[in-house]
Design a protein around this ligand. Structure first.
Ligand SMILES: O=C[C@H](O)[C@H](O)[C@H](O)COP(=O)(O)O
Length: 228
């Protein structure tokens, strides 16, 4: 799992505050990443105490962790609604996020957007005035060069994400590749999101605009709540 700038204590505080919103009978979207992992463990504790909760995982990793924690699981096509989604972010600026540092953003966007409420869990290193984090773009393998060229035309600098413990690229849970696209400061996230979505061969990108309801930012001595 990738590491980030925040401390485990900050992440745990944010995650456990978000989990206070989980109620008996809920279907909960389980995001991916080191911050959400604290939320999944906390939901596992609720289940162990007898709460009736079903989780909808957003990745192989979140499914595996949720199983270890004893959370009953459902696939998205088996349920009618997701009451709440809890998920991390690589950067937060106002009502816009960059996600996908763990290459899970495609399934995360489906679950987070479908949920009645979407709670983001983060640490202070993620909060910015303007998004500037490279945007992960999941692409069909055959489209990686055409999408990379189009990203350059949009003013971005695309880089194929390489695996750390294997020769070659990262392959997503969906069998695709990821281009990390550095656009510098992103003044209009909604416009860039629309441009990226329009490119043939793009499966999904990591800009999430207007989807989150609340961002919980864990600090050294509490939790800041940012309304979106
Ligand atoms: O693909 C991964 C996800 O979008 C993560 O939620 C995001 O990268 C944040 O992860 P972390 O909490 O580990 O910083």
């Amino acid at each position: 799992m990738k590491t980030t700038g925040g401390t485990d204590e900050q992440k745990r505080r944010a995650a456990e505050t978000a989990v206070e919103a989980v109620e008996d009978g809920m279907v909960v979207g389980l995001g991916t990443g080191s911050t959400t992992a604290f939320a999944i463990r906390a939901i596992g504790d609720l289940v162990a105490d007898g709460m009736d909760v079903r989780g909808v995982p957003t990745s192989f990793a979140s499914r595996e962790l949720a199983r270890e924690c004893g959370i009953p699981l459902a696939d998205l096509d088996e349920i009618d609604a997701v009451d709440l989604a809890i998920d991390g972010a690589d950067q937060v600026a106002g009502d816009a996020l960059v996600k996908g540092g763990g290459a899970a953003h495609a399934r995360e966007k489906v679950v987070d957007a479908f949920a009645d409420r979407f709670l983001v869990v983060a640490d202070p290193s993620k909060v910015a005035d303007v998004l500037s984090h490279p945007v992960p773009v999941e692409v069909l393998p055959a489209a990686r060069t055409t999408v990379a060229a189009a990203v350059s035309d949009l003013g971005g600098d695309p880089e194929l994400r390489r695996a750390e413990r294997k020769d070659g690229p990262v392959v997503t849970d969906n069998g695709n590749l990821v281009l990390d696209c550095d656009f510098g400061p992103i003044d209009d996230p909604a416009a860039l999101a629309a441009s990226l979505s329009a490119l043939p061969g793009v499966v999904e990108h990591g800009i999430f605009v207007g989807l989150a309801d609340v961002v919980y930012v864990g600090t050294e001595d509490g939790v800041d709540v940012l309304d979106c």
